[in-house]
Design a protein around this ligand. Structure first.
Ligand code: SF4
Ligand code: FES
Length: 216
């Protein structure tokens, strides 16, 4: 077989492979240098989990809509020599990029988030354990409320709305005054005491809040 024929044969094979890849509707990219495939609309977090790659999360739960508020799940996305950091739970997959889940940049952001969480929710055993897992045992930020265990992630509120369909609780006020509350700061008459908010809360804060917001 001539060298030209071999080259042409290879070319055709590669062309067929490329066409097949284009037609199968899958999105191809890399996570930590390993090739992965995902369906259109999947998030980076979803794909990482499908491939056994661990990314920490706090405000995410697969049963409710992701809002990307805590930034704990950040990853670094590299493309054409450019790098950006994004919350993996709300960032859709994109072909050709290289995602790093544990780079120095990612570790810095994650440590910063965990330090903020330690300062704002010092009463949460779960947050202290999560921070410890990532080597964060102290914080340079000021603690205003030592009894607070709630980072206002809103999972309880979204679960009550999207899973139970009740909306017995909501996130009231803004900024530093934001809080999980029931209408008029009364115990919610709509609450059916199903305990979904207790189950989904990642910090244990709902155990303290439940008697204040649930049905009398
Ligand atoms: S009570 Fe729990 S689930 Fe609700 S906002 Fe606070 S930490 Fe999140
Ligand atoms: S888990 Fe993604 S931003 Fe909170």
């Amino acid at each position: 077989m001539s060298a030209q024929k071999t080259k042409q044969g290879k070319k055709t094979k590669e062309g067929k492979k490329a066409k097949k890849e284009k037609d199968d509707g899958l999105i191809r990219f890399k996570i930590n240098g390993q090739p992965v495939q995902a369906r259109e609309g999947w998030t980076i977090l979803e794909t990482a989990r499908q491939n056994g790659v661990k990314i920490p999360t706090l405000c995410f739960h697969p049963a409710v809509e992701a809002i990307g508020s805590c930034r704990l799940c950040v990853v670094e996305i590299q493309q054409n020599g450019h790098t950006r950091v994004a919350a993996s739970c709300i960032t859709p997959v994109q072909g050709g990029v290289d995602v790093l889940t544990d780079s120095e940049e990612v570790q810095n952001v994650r440590r910063w988030v965990l330090e903020m969480l330690l300062a704002h929710c010092p009463a949460s055993h779960q947050i202290r354990e999560l921070a410890k897992e990532y080597g964060v045992t102290s914080t340079r930020f000021k603690t205003e409320h030592p009894e607070d265990a709630c980072p206002r992630c809103g999972l309880c509120v979204r679960a009550c709305d999207e899973i139970v369909g009740i909306r017995a609780i909501s996130l009231g006020n803004r900024g530093v005054f934001k809080e999980v509350t029931a209408p008029y700061h009364q115990r919610s008459a709509d609450c059916i005491r199903c305990g979904t908010c207790l189950y989904i809360c990642p910090t244990g804060a709902m155990e303290q809040l439940f008697p204040q917001v649930s049905a009398p």
